[in-house]
Design a protein around this ligand. Structure first.
Ligand code: FMN
Length: 202
């Protein structure tokens, strides 16, 4: 074994580049935390059990303000608050520099809507100011029933008043995130990471 590899193995416990990561999430009502925990479980399973390489991935809430040092990549989870990424996530993103960042988020609206894509783009732009962005995954998340009640009580001429279309969207959101969302999130994150570290096994 040459000296460099030996040194790297000593430092990383034998891990290859791309196997050390940090997952940070912001979550008010638990949806984004659920996705973050699912991604953590999914990615901690070795990509190829025969290799015996176990990735080292830390999971932390944004309130812990985890330092990114030593992480090959970060996955950062946000929830959509009034048409944008939540404040805690945006502040955390602002504190990062020179990191490779994949994003994931949950929202009440449909994730494949133009509205959702715009928000995703804005959060990606915020992350890309001083970092490299690897992509963004979105899924629906159950909306706090207290908020639903508030909308139900608005007068009909209010632009946010409840209507049939909104009610249907709220009911659909209430079924998420589900196991399918978690599987899709793991696959999306795996792909973001492996694109950044070409040659890494899926
Ligand atoms: C105060 C508040 C504001 C929200 N604003 C939006 C919004 O502007 N657009 C949207 O699609 N969903 C909105 N939602 C729904 C949340 O983004 C969604 O339920 C998300 O999954 C919550 O994530 P969390 O459980 O991790 O906090 C809002 C929810 C709350 C409680």
């Amino acid at each position: 074994m040459n000296d460099d590899v030996e040194k790297q193995n000593n430092e990383t416990g034998g891990r290859e580049k791309g196997q050390t990561g940090l997952i940070v999430y912001s979550s008010k009502t638990g949806n984004t935390r659920k996705i973050a925990e699912g991604i953590h479980r999914g990615l901690c399973r070795p990509a190829d059990a025969s290799q015996g390489i176990v990735p080292s991935i830390r999971l932390a809430a944004v309130e812990e303000n985890p330092a990114p040092s030593g992480a090959d990549w970060l996955l950062i989870g946000f929830w959509v608050d009034r048409g944008d990424g939540d404040q805690k996530t945006l502040q955390y993103l602002d504190s990062l520099e020179g990191c490779r960042i994949g994003l994931f988020g949950t929202l009440g609206a449909y994730p494949n809507s133009a509205y959702a894509r715009d928000i995703c783009q804005r959060v990606q732009d915020a992350a890309a100011k001083k970092n490299t962005v690897l992509g963004c995954f979105l899924c629906q998340g159950r909306i706090d029933p207290a908020l639903t009640e508030k909308f139900k009580n608005l007068p009909p001429d209010n632009p946010y008043a409840m209507n049939e279309e909104r009610m249907k969207q709220y009911e659909d959101a209430a079924k998420h995130p589900d196991e399918g969302d978690i599987e899709a999130a793991v696959a999306a994150c795996r792909s973001m990471i492996s694109t950044a570290f070409l040659g890494m096994e899926h």
